[in-house]
Design a protein around this ligand. Structure first.
Ligand SMILES: Nc1nc2c(ncn2[C@@H]2O[C@H](COP(=O)(O)OP(=O)(O)OP(=O)(O)O)[C@@H](O)[C@H]2O)c(=O)[nH]1
Ligand SMILES: [Mg+2]
Length: 287
């Protein structure tokens, strides 16, 4: 159920005083939408203020007040890699968030735009991980650099950047592991990978995308803050918006961690990816 339907169910018309009392009940709806406690409190306080100004006449006015406020809190990111020289995008995130699938989707998207694309399978933790990316590469006719030895993502990154240089690739999409023996190990490995890319590619042509599964709810905030603090993230790719979750958790992430959103994904198919559209995202959340 979208938020607007919930607003409709909760809204009680009545005199101004009754409406003021009523809007205080909306905080729970925001919490249910994974907005987190401080944002939920902020929004319910905003509604109360508007109710006191007699600007809350019906569920639609609540919807508009909330939409405007949320719109001011989230930012979008435009990913337009340069042509004629290499850009690198590293796909980061916890296991199962959709990194490998998204690498393939982006591969197809940019190949279709005429970019020369290469994929790097730097998830060397599981043998099946590189096989998954190699298969995508075969289906999409995109070259994939796969690990020679298990357990050495840094080597795959070197090899991918070497291959990109010799093929004159314009976009290297590097898939990474979502799970190592411990979370600390994962972050340390990713920091090594990050160092290598940084030493080989200009900062402005190096992008770190954090892939977040919309169905993970409030857990997303912790994931995002760990990756942001230890690696620095340029933008979020939000996956699985087709699975019922509306991705409300990303608003707090965008606001508090200052992270824009670059793409949203709505399925397992190669074409189920599109540029983040703030208005569409909020319309869906507030349906
Ligand atoms: N419904 C839906 N499923 C998705 C989406 N993106 C990825 N998936 C599925 O989610 C599962 C995990 O996706 P992967 O791309 O393997 O995730 P990963 O982050 O690479 O996972 P690890 O390699 O284990 O770290 C797969 O079954 C994908 O098909 C999406 O936008 N919508
Ligand atoms: Mg993977």
């Amino acid at each position: 159920m979208g938020l607007f339907t919930k607003f409709l169910n909760l809204f009680k018309s009545g005199d101004a005083k009754e409406r003021e009392a009523n809007v205080e009940e909306y905080e729970d709806l925001f919490l249910e939408s994974d907005f987190g406690s401080s944002l939920s409190y902020h929004l319910s306080e905003l509604l109360l203020k508007k109710a006191k100004e007699d600007k809350v006449k019906d569920a639609s006015s609540i919807r508009n007040i909330i939409k405007d406020e949320l719109s001011s809190l989230i930012t979008s990111f435009d990913f337009e890699p340069q042509r004629g020289d290499l850009s690198v995008a590293l796909l980061l995130g916890v296991n199962g968030s959709g990194k490998t699938t998204t690498a393939a989707k982006l591969g197809k998207l940019f190949k279709n735009k005429g970019y020369s694309v290469i994929l790097g399978a730097a998830d060397t933790f599981r043998a099946a991980a590189s096989e998954q990316l190699v298969l995508h590469g075969e289906r999409l006719s995109i070259p994939v650099v796969a690990p020679v030895n298990a357990g050495n993502p840094a080597a795959v990154v070197y090899d991918t950047l070497d291959a990109a240089a010799s093929k004159k690739s314009e976009l290297a999409l590097i898939d990474t592991a979502g799970r190592l023996h411990t979370k600390d190990n994962l972050i340390k490995e990713m920091q090594k990978v990050d160092k290598i890319v940084n030493s080989r590619v200009d900062k402005e042509h190096y992008y770190k995308f954090l892939v977040l599964d919309a169905t993970s709810g409030q857990n997303l905030f912790n994931q995002a803050s760990v990756f942001t603090t230890s690696l620095g993230i340029d933008a979020i790719i939000l996956t699985k918006l087709d699975s019922g979750s509306k991705g409300g958790a990303v608003i707090r992430i965008s606001k508090e961690l200052n992270l824009p959103i670059v793409y949203t994904c709505t399925g397992e198919g190669y074409d189920d990816i599109k540029k983040f559209n703030k208005d569409e995202f909020l319309e869906n959340l507030l349906k």
